[in-house]
Design a protein around this ligand. Sequence first.
Ligand code: UDP
Ligand code: MN
Length: 273
Amino acid sequence: MTPARNAFVTLVTNPDYAMGATALARSIRRTETVADIVVLHTGGVSKDDLASLVTLDCRLVEVDHLPLSDAFNERHARKNLHGAAPFTKGRKPDFHTPLDNFCKLRLWQLTEYGKAVFIDADALVLKNIDKLFGYPEFSAAPNVYESLADFHRLNSGVFVAKPSAQTFARMLAALDRPGAFWRRTDQTFLEHFFPDWHGLPVFMNMLQYVWFNMPALWDWRSIAVLHYQYEKPWERDHPKADRLRPLIDLWHAFHEGRDIPDPASLPNPGEPA
Ligand code: UDP
Ligand code: MN
């Protein structure tokens, strides 16, 4: 029997995240992986927006939003979620719709794959990470970007999972309980659903704020996945753009597909250029 294939999976529900996924897919291709790259996309994205992903040999899979109750959708609508659980550390772009995050769970329906590694569309893969396919469900890195206390929580921008119709059904049942409110959407839910989650090294999901909040932790040679949480590198002049300039420049090199530097050769915080 031939072993089941594996896949990197991302999610795109609007043209902005399609841009993100283009840079991500190009970065994954550059690692010479043998795994598939699957882009889950909703009907909110046009063929034109997805064209560059086809060129990068991604497999496009159209998905619907999850079958959730009106009350659930209302509680997790952007204005209600931002009101009940305000973001105090950074700012979410206007094109970010919290409810869309839950579509990530559709990954468990991709049962043609043995293992799947989900990666947010606002990330870049800087090194080959195929070994993650050998890691168990559910593996994720801690949500570290400010202090040691962050190690208590996971970040759902990168995770290892095993597609399974049974798991998907159990998740749906656990997700939409009367009154359930997941303040950080899929991330809070996954932490709850997999209380014994396995910890990946922080370098498997290095969050951009580490660059200025915890510079001692930054090491370009070690970073396998760079994740632009909160403000996105393609937003024009966002509030943290000056502080994140080298990271933003790197994202644009991947997005445009030219003059991509060797990330391992970039200066760490405080090092001369
Ligand atoms: N996403 C999407 N459309 C949305 C919101 C989220 O396609 O309106 C997908 C996309 O893959 C994105 C991920 O869900 O990278 C999680 O959202 P985001 O990365 O903006 O959250 P953050 O990393 O800032 O917490
Ligand atoms: Mn993200």
